[in-house]
Design a protein around this ligand. Structure first.
Ligand SMILES: Nc1nc2c(c(=O)[nH]1)N[C@H]1C(S)=C(S)[C@@H](COP(=O)(O)O)O[C@H]1N2
Ligand SMILES: [Mo]
Length: 239
């Protein structure tokens, strides 16, 4: 069972996307889906990926929100599948691999030396809640350039130390200007509840695509699945 801590005062926003994507999810608890498993990238998923991918505008930025819109930090829901708070493994560093010229381990300091990007936007969980915070970190596209990711790597896979949580993304979404490996939230270092030491954050996908507690990023020629994606949730999951 996924954990959703701090359930108080969470805004139940039924957005168009959650109405479309979350119908099944909303009838069950949390991100647990009653939707029959279609298998990863089944026929419907492929059609969906093509349609949504074709509609995706690489240069379109999600509107940034003013500080007044921020959800009080304690009210921002904290959501992870582990039974207890996932704690940072000793000697943590991010493993970067796949089709890259310079595979290897990047420490938090290495990542923090790369250009910093920060924005305040609204988060949309498929379950129906949304919340606003500012996030800072390094763009996936900047990391890709740093390690020399091959243009044939059309997909990016992200893995976590939280009960094997993971996801994979199409390259245009992963390389969007508002998709970052975040090491901070609301001007502070990431808290354990929100994915310390490093998580994915983005303006262009639903919450479950933003892998927290990162351990590994792989630039791959093929899409792989994901934790919720293998449990019936949509793979593309654009907002
Ligand atoms: N490792 C990991 N990442 C995860 C999850 C998780 O359970 N484990 N939950 C996802 C879901 S469903 C959402 S909505 C967001 C929640 O992020 P938050 O806890 O910072 O609000 O994280 C996503 N990333
Ligand atoms: Mo979510």
């Amino acid at each position: 069972m996924p954990r959703l801590l701090v359930p108080s005062r969470r805004p139940l926003l039924l957005t168009r996307r959650s109405a479309l994507l979350g119908a099944a999810a909303l009838t069950t608890s949390a991100c647990d889906s009653a939707r029959p498993r279609e298998g990863f990238l089944g026929a419907m998923e492929r059609v969906n990926q093509r349609l949504q991918g074709a509609l995706f505008a690489e240069d379109r930025l999600a509107p940034e929100l003013p500080p007044e819109e921020a959800t009080p930090p304690g009210d921002f829901p904290q959501y992870f599948v582990s039974e207890s708070m996932p704690l940072v493994p000793q000697g943590w560093a991010l493993k970067v691999g796949g089709l890259v010229e310079r595979p290897g381990m990047l420490s938090l300091e290495d990542l923090q030396r790369l250009p910093r990007t920060e924005y305040r936007i609204r988060h949309h969980c498929v379950e129906g809640w949304s919340a606003v915070a500012s996030w800072h970190g390094v763009r996936v596209s900047d990391v890709a350039r740093y390690v020399g990711a091959d243009p044939r790597a059309g997909y990016v896979e992200l893995r976590s130390f939280d009960s094997g949580y993971w996801s994979s993304w199409d390259r245009p979404s992963a390389f969007h200007a508002q998709t970052i490996l975040a090491y901070g939230m609301n001007g502070q270092p990431l808290s354990p509840a929100h994915g310390a030491p490093l998580r994915l954050y983005s303006a262009v996908k639903l919450g479950y695509k933003m892998v927290k507690y990162l351990t590994e990023v792989n630039f791959l020629p093929e899409p792989t699945g994901g934790y919720w994606e293998e449990r019936g949730y949509e793979w593309y999951a654009g907002v």
